[in-house]
Design a protein around this ligand. Structure first.
Ligand SMILES: [Zn+2]
Length: 430
């Protein structure tokens, strides 16, 4: 007797006709034709059942603040930074918690159950860290929130930031952040990478730095981060976020850099939506688009997880909480359009990002947490194409969100009465 059986699921690896049995919040079996009884049975009807979406790069302290205190008129990163500087002194814990919880509601409805959020520690009041630590506890029953101490204005630019970052870690923020390209000099940037990796090594923490989020082909902090990762024995615990300078770098240099990253088991977290929006702003035409080298990284065996970065904040007025929007943009921006490519990018918004965050019990195997999403699509490529409704979002075996399938009614003579977008999947993919 099981608590729940999901029947006739298609899995991201292509297996069809699978039943998923759940007992006490854990997946007990995944196989075709499970005959035992269950308290609840859900017929997936051949639709894709996936582990939850994971966002490895987000800014929950800024989300949904679009319009506060005013709109970003130019749409540039610089006006965004200026706006955040205006907003930051006025932030209250209550308002931060309120916005973060509202965002988490949206995330849950999209099947997004784990988020790594950077927390700006540039204001030594640390009201952002206080608020998001409280949010982490409040949402823990349904969403795993992992926090990064992020010195948005630079680790060495203002006095008091190094101390504020340490204090945020003492308060319980669990990942060490950084922004070496934003320090005053390349040398200060390199020093910050070393100091922050040392802190992570001393405390046994993970590292996730905004690293070379520029169009400068000569920025060299990715190699420094890789080198310090090896030096401090942090292999497998370090991620570089954005890495957009790699778009503009010389190919010869990149042929040295990628093996350094692979050696350090350093993960990469590109953020295609915001990178496409913000990079290349100083170019006329041809215009660089500043997305890092995802296909080359995957070829090298470097773990790549895709993040959203922003949803409706001073830097980015778009965003939906849907990681499939991110994968959809990545398909286009990287020209990764084959069946295998799309599967790899689906992994980048699910399993790869779970690995970056170090999530335990994540996956669709027996023994994993019974966390999963039923999508109105039949395979990962179709899921990215359609960004379909989440028919069920299940956590620990319980449905925590559901959305009715999208079906349009047609009033046309001689044509079908209903249109189900998922029914348009190419036959060869079945
Ligand atoms: Zn970011």
């Amino acid at each position: 007797m099981f608590d729940l059986i999901i029947r006739n699921a298609t899995l991201p690896d292509g297996r069809t006709g699978q039943d998923i049995a759940v007992r006490e919040g854990t997946i007990a079996a995944v196989e075709p034709g499970i005959t035992a009884d269950a308290g609840e049975v859900i017929d997936a009807g051949g639709l894709l059942v996936t582990p939850p979406f994971v966002d490895p790069h987000f800014h929950m302290d800024a989300t949904l603040s679009l319009g506060l205190p005013r709109m970003n008129r130019s749409g540039t990163l610089l006006e965004g930074i200026a706006l955040w500087g205006e907003l930051r002194p006025t932030l209250t814990k209550e308002a931060l918690i309120d916005r973060a919880l509202r965002y988490c509601d949206l995330a849950i409805s999209k099947g997004l159950l784990a988020v790594r959020s950077h927390v700006d520690v540039s204001d030594p009041r640390l009201v952002t860290a206080e608020a998001l630590l409280e949010v982490r506890d409040l949402v823990a029953p349904y969403l795993q929130l992992q926090l990064v101490a992020f010195p948005q204005d630079g680790y060495y630019r203002e006095p008091g930031i190094t101390e504020a970052l340490t204090r945020a870690l003492d308060m319980g923020v669990e990942v060490v952040g950084g922004i070496p390209h934003f320090e005053r000099t390349m040398e200060d940037g390199a020093r910050s990478v070393e100091a922050l990796c040392r802190i992570a090594a001393d405390r046994g923490l993970r590292v996730d730095m905004h690293c070379d989020e520029t169009d400068d082909p000569l920025s060299r902090h990715v190699e420094t981060l890789a080198a310090q990762t090896v030096r401090f024995g942090l292999q497998g615990r370090v991620a570089g976020s954005h890495l957009t300078s790699m778009h503009s770098m010389d190919n010869y240099y990149v042929s040295k850099l990628l093996p350094l990253m692979a050696e350090a088991q350093m993960a990469a977290i590109p953020n295609p939506l915001i990178n496409m929006m913000l990079q290349g702003r100083h170019d006329t035409y041809p215009k660089r688009r500043g997305l890092t080298r995802i296909p080359q990284m995957l070829e090298m065996g470097i773990n790549v997880g895709l993040g959203q970065d922003c949803v409706m904040d001073p830097w980015y007025s778009m965003g939906t909480g849907d990681l499939l929007d991110v994968a959809h943009m990545a398909v286009h921006a990287t020209q990764m359009g084959s069946i295998d490519d799309k599967r790899a990018l689906f992994d980048a918004v699910t399993v790869n990002s779970a690995r970056i965050m170090g999530l335990e019990g994540y996956g669709l195997e027996s023994g994993c947490h019974a966390d999963m999403v039923i999508l109105q699509a039949t395979d990962p490529g179709e899921a990215i194409r359609l960004r379909p409704n989440r028919i069920k979002v299940i956590r620990r075996g319980k449905t925590i969100a559901e959305t009715a399938p999208e079906v349009s009614t047609l009033m046309l003579d001689g044509r079908p009465g209903k249109v189900d977008p998922a029914a348009y999947a190419p036959k060869a993919a079945q």
